[in-house]
Design a protein. Structure first.
Length: 95
């Protein structure tokens, strides 16, 4: 892991620690994720439950949409399809 990626992950985990009371529980979910996956999970988790976030992230993984380059190359409709299970998918796909 490069220094820049480690710094980004540390900063993102610091934000998670700030907003969640049950830090250990939350960190166990996030510790295996890349910084980009953590960021995507955070966006997808807005206004939905964790089960739907996991389903949406599994869809993203299946479609190979868990890299910045791949997301930028994807059509919005492809992102919407992957995120549909999380609700508000049209808004989240554009974010």
């Amino acid at each position: 892991m490069t220094c820049e990626v480690y710094d980004l992950k540390s900063k993102l985990l610091s934000v998670v620690r700030h907003f969640y009371n049950d830090v250990d529980h939350v960190l166990k979910r996030f510790e295996s994720l890349s910084p980009f996956e953590l960021l995507m999970s955070t966006i997808v988790s807005q206004n939905t439950n964790w089960k739907n976030v996991e389903r949406a992230m599994a869809n993203m993984r299946e479609k190979g949409l868990l890299s910045i380059d791949r997301v930028l190359e994807a059509d919005v409709s492809e992102l919407e399809e992957a995120l549909r299970v999380a609700g508000l998918y049209r808004v989240k796909a554009r974010r």
